[in-house]
Design a protein around this ligand. Structure first.
Ligand code: NAP
Length: 304
């Protein structure tokens, strides 16, 4: 089974697999290093070659667990594209502690965070580095300086952002020589603000693909007991048969991937059978009316 194709993320950008494996929850998967390596090999075999990390995931723990697995078969490095992110400084709260978690996109913080990610992952280079969240104190010139240094030293090939507004994307882009290659944003039938606030319009305009995170709303579509979640489950279940799908997951991935800004979908599950389900979504053809049925089920009212 090797049906996930590579797609160009942006003009002059990198090629990522159309589905990306997310590693945020790796610490909860209860896998030893060999099992982590087997999981990686299994999704790479399906064509899912791009992996998504962040320095903040388990305070670096996820990158370390991944690096430990990669060390068992270093040749795997050349078969994958590694994305990681910087910018969230988590502070463990202890009683009487005055400090808070915060964002830091100063040049020094970016360089340090990247070095730490490389060390934990056990690799020489990141394929793409993203600003994890917009920092209210972001000085775009400093970010540009850090990116330039990281590019020149060969530590990072491409740069992008995550959770940025269209204006924040333009601000940072205005200081860079190379195009930002993605904006990693939440897209799922329960949360699609980026379809309404100009972010996806901008990405379509620039021909930059978003990376869609939490396509299954972090599992909430299956478990939440709100009216919205119930309506969605009803409609998504109807669509399973209509589309010839095998599960709600497949219908949701088909819904996310249909958007003309051409997202790549990030998979959050650590279960290889669920990863296979997501791959099955690539063969589905959802028509426009079916896409809007999910929209209506989510909103609880018809389009104006
Ligand atoms: P998700 O696919 O929306 O949620 C994954 C969760 O849903 C897992 O706990 C999974 O459990 C559960 N799940 C999947 N299928 C299910 C089913 N049929 N029934 C019940 N539960 C089910 O993805 P996500 O983990 O939230 O996000 C995906 C990736 O996006 C992350 O790994 C990370 O790389 C990235 N991300 C980025 C940001 C950002 O700010 N840039 C934010 C969040 C996430 P099992 O593991 O048991 O299958």
């Amino acid at each position: 089974m090797n049906c996930v194709e590579k797609v160009l993320m942006a003009p002059q950008g990198p090629a990522f697999s159309q589905l990306v494996q997310g590693y945020w929850r790796l610490g909860a998967w209860d896998m030893n290093a060999q099992a982590r390596l087997s999981f990686l090999k299994a999704h790479v075999e399906m064509g899912i070659t791009t992996v998504d990390h962040a320095a903040i995931y388990d305070a670096g723990g996820c990158e370390s667990l991944f690096g430990e697995a990669l060390k068992l078969d270093p040749a795997m490095r050349d078969q994958i594209e590694i994305v990681s992110k910087f910018g969230i400084n988590g502070i463990a709260q202890t009683p009487g502690e005055q400090r808070v978690s915060h964002y830091d996109s100063s040049k020094q913080a970016i360089l340090e965070s990247t070095d730490n990610s490389l060390r934990r992952l056990g690799v020489q280079q990141l394929d793409t580095l993203l600003v994890h969240r917009p920092d209210f104190l972001m000085d775009a010139d400093q970010v540009a300086e850090a990116f330039s240094e990281l590019k020149q030293s060969g530590k990072v090939k491409h740069f992008g952002v995550s959770n940025f507004t269209a204006a924040q994307f333009d601000l940072l882009q205005s200081r860079l020589d190379a195009p930002l290659v993605t904006n990693q944003v939440e897209i799922n039938p329960m949360h699609f603000a980026v379809l309404e606030n100009g972010v996806c319009d901008q990405l379509q305009q620039y021909r930059v693909r978003p990376m869609a995170w939490s396509c299954l709303a972090g599992g909430g579509i299956f478990s939440e007991q709100t009216e919205q979640a119930r309506r969605l489950r009803g409609t998504l279940t109807e669509l399973i048969d209509e589309l010839g799908a095998t599960s709600i997951e497949q219908v949701i991935f088909a819904w996310v991937l249909k958007h003309p800004c051409n997202p790549v979908g990030i998979i959050g599950s650590g279960k290889i059978d669920r990863v296979k389900e997501a791959v099955g979504a690539l063969a589905l053809q959802m028509n426009t009316e079916q896409w809007y049925r999910v929209w209506v089920a989510s909103k609880g009212f018809a389009v104006p």
